[in-house]
Write a protein that binds this ligand. Sequence first.
Ligand code: SF4
Length: 424
Amino acid sequence: MKIFLDTIGCRLNQAEIESMSRQFRAAGHEIVAAAEHADMAVVNTCAVTTQAASDSRGKIRTIARAGVNEIVATGCWTSIQPNEAAALPNVRHVVANDKKDLLVPEVLGLPMESFEKEPMDRIPIPGLHRRTRAFIKVQDGCDNKCTFCVTTIARGEGRSRPLGDVIADVNAALAGGSKEIVLTGVHLGSWGQDLGAQHLRDLVHALLRETDVKRLRLSSLEPWDLDADFFSLWNDKRLMPHLHLPLQSGSDSTLKRMARKTTPDSFRGLVQAARSIMPDVAITTDLIAGFPGETDEEFSETLNFVREMNFSGGHVFTYSPRPGTGAARMKGQIKLEVGKRRNRILQAAIEESATSYREKFIGQTMSVLWESTTEYGEYGWRMEGWTGNYLRVSAIAASPRWNEVDDVMLLAATDGLVQGDILL
Ligand code: SF4
């Protein structure tokens, strides 16, 4: 069969369709780049915001219109609204998150044993979701109860993948030609807590010791899982100097209503500890604007704190009530237009510090992993890719250099992008 794999939302969803891709190929099926060529499609849906849930439904309808008769709906939106998913056109299978590991054998009607041997080498998924970097799932679910979060509802309790399985996946990705490994999970920092008091630190140590990984990157880390000692891991230069630490709010009282296990003071301490070991580390974040009960004073606290933290980038979400979450039932819901206005102000503050962060590296030579290539007429090929500290870089080359790592002289920064010259 020809299989089309689609996803929306987080890196974990991307990691999961990459693992499904290997299983479908192991069973002799072909992964295709577009729905119109497919016999079956899998859509890994998202529920993190109202918009993401709507986009998930939209993707399924689009794939049905493209002529795919057998659609598998899975992922977070599907898990919290299975009946709505089943009612969408051509949806023949509804697989909730807690059954997702069995999705491929289930929809193919094969025994799980036929997939338990060594994972096949990773081949990037063709089409829109083609990635040079391999996203590796190391953990799922979460035991925290942040009051705005639907993910903890959709993905259930925290559970870690055994070290051996993670190492096998990393080796399969490296054997398939991946130049960068990105570890991902719902609550990545909790890896190992359910495996006899191990810690994410142990996993990173093991991967650096037991694999040939050249570029290892960590996805989002909840600040309360980390201590100053954690940053000594970065003495190994194969670990990319980029920390994504979701702050969500810079106001103590808002963080309390969010049930976040951090405070502005402890967050500040963590950032200072990281910068004392890695002065040029990229620190990016997530913020929520317009959380229920957020007063003008609380918002100013957040804005001032964001400015003080000098982030090198980040996403700001306008709060959207999610079904089943504590915050959706809270008094003091903020008007959408107020949330959107606060979102713009926070995004502008982040963009200001991100711009000065990018400019710090102009004139330096840094290594870049090329992620996309576009033909560029008489000039050759236009590349785009990422440095270790998550600068998005663009350069021109005579030939396509997808999935190559080059040294690049950084020349200028404009609109979130750094122009560079490849030093071949
Ligand atoms: S830590 Fe909080 S925000 Fe993150 S997945 Fe868990 S409940 Fe959601």
